[in-house]
Design a protein around this ligand. Structure first.
Ligand code: F6P
Length: 326
């Protein structure tokens, strides 16, 4: 591979709080180490349509505290085609970009892996998604902020649940992973979490009802992980209406509220550490890896392993929600 002089940076997929802190860290660490930096707009689309600008240290001033991504993001269909990636490679070469740092979730890292394989470009991935569903890392950038947002929202919903003595189903995001729902339930003291990793929704719901929360409590909050197959909280509410008509269940879908807002200190620190490490890895000739964090240590994971996410939901955490909600 050629000597790296210019590094391109992009954010792709769903935005996540802390992406800006990562952009800042990558840009400044790169400039500190003598590289040029090019900011690529709207994820891989910016490569395909050549929407690229040079970044200076000043380009990333005053962004560490901002949610979203100053580079914009997209889920780029064009990049999924061979022709789209060829176009992207041509634009990259013409701009003199020798390496990429891509920040995003599983789709972003899969795209990076394919691109690297086809064109032998050094690419480093940084995990950023509120879902926390990437293999090889304990945490993804954005997860902690989303969890805090969920906790604050459920604290507020609890006021109404308690006052009206209702059952609330609060749907959270997660893209078929239950981390936000389960840990959101622990953090907010919810009565149950219904997550895709565990049994069927019906079993989980029956468990909750059979525990007879009405006997000891007059209200309950259940966090439900989004699930297009079952209809998530709405689908569950319909079933409660049919199967347990005595319950006055209400639904709140937190939606994109969970993806916005100023990143927590934990997300800013994670993004800063991962971003700087990406540049160290490139300087050391590493490529085709994602920088992650395991047990507090930075780790380098082959890109193709990051898609193999194995659910790391702990049974003890599931039990914890149950034990603490008696
Ligand atoms: O991957 C992040 C995420 O927020 C998921 O939790 C959710 O399923 C999805 O993105 C929603 O995507 P969009 O904003 O494109 O509707």
């Amino acid at each position: 591979m050629n000597k790296i002089e210019t590094i391109g940076i992009l954010t792709s997929g769903g935005d996540a709080p802390g992406m800006n802190a990562a952009i800042r860290a990558v840009t400044r660490a790169a400039i500190y180490n003598g590289y040029r930096v090019m900011g690529i707009k709207r994820g891989y689309l910016g490569l395909v349509v050549d929407d690229i600008e040079e970044f200076t240290s000043k380009s990333v001033s005053n962004i560490i505290q901002l949610g979203g991504t100053i580079l914009k993001t997209a889920r780029c269909r064009e990049f999924m085609s061979v022709e789209g990636r060829r176009q992207a490679y041509e634009n990259m070469s013409r701009r003199g970009i020798d390496a990429l740092v891509v920040i995003g979730g599983d789709g972003t890292l899969k795209g990076a892996s394919t691109f690297e394989r086809e064109y032998n470009i050094p690419i480093i991935g940084l995990p950023a998604t509120i879902d926390n569903d990437l293999g090889g890392t304990d945490r993804t950038i954005g997860y902690d902020t989303a969890l805090n947002t969920i906790t604050e929202a459920v604290d507020k919903i609890r006021d109404t649940a308690t006052s009206h003595e209702r059952l609330f189903l609060v749907e959270v995001m997660g893209h078929m992973a239950g981390y936000l729902a389960l840990n959101g339930a622990i953090a907010s003291g919810a009565e149950a979490a219904i997550i895709p990793e565990k049994d069927t929704e019906l079993d989980q719901l029956a468990d909750l009802i059979n525990r007879g929360f009405r006997k000891s409590k007059n209200s309950a909050i259940v966090l439900v992980a989004e699930n297009p197959e079952t209809g998530g909280a709405m689908g569950l509410a319909e079933r409660i209406k049919r199967e347990f008509p005595e319950y006055d269940a209400r639904v709140t879908i937190l939606g994109h509220l969970q993806r916005g807002g100023s990143p927590t200190a934990a997300d800013r620190i994670l993004a800063s550490r991962l971003g700087a490490e990406a540049i160290t890895a490139l300087s050391n000739g590493e490529h085709n890896i994602m920088i992650g964090i395991r047990n507090g240590e930075l780790v380098h994971i082959p890109l193709h392993d990051t898609a193999n996410h194995k659910a790391c939901i702990e049974q003890s955490d599931i039990n914890l929600v149950k034990i603490l909600s008696i």
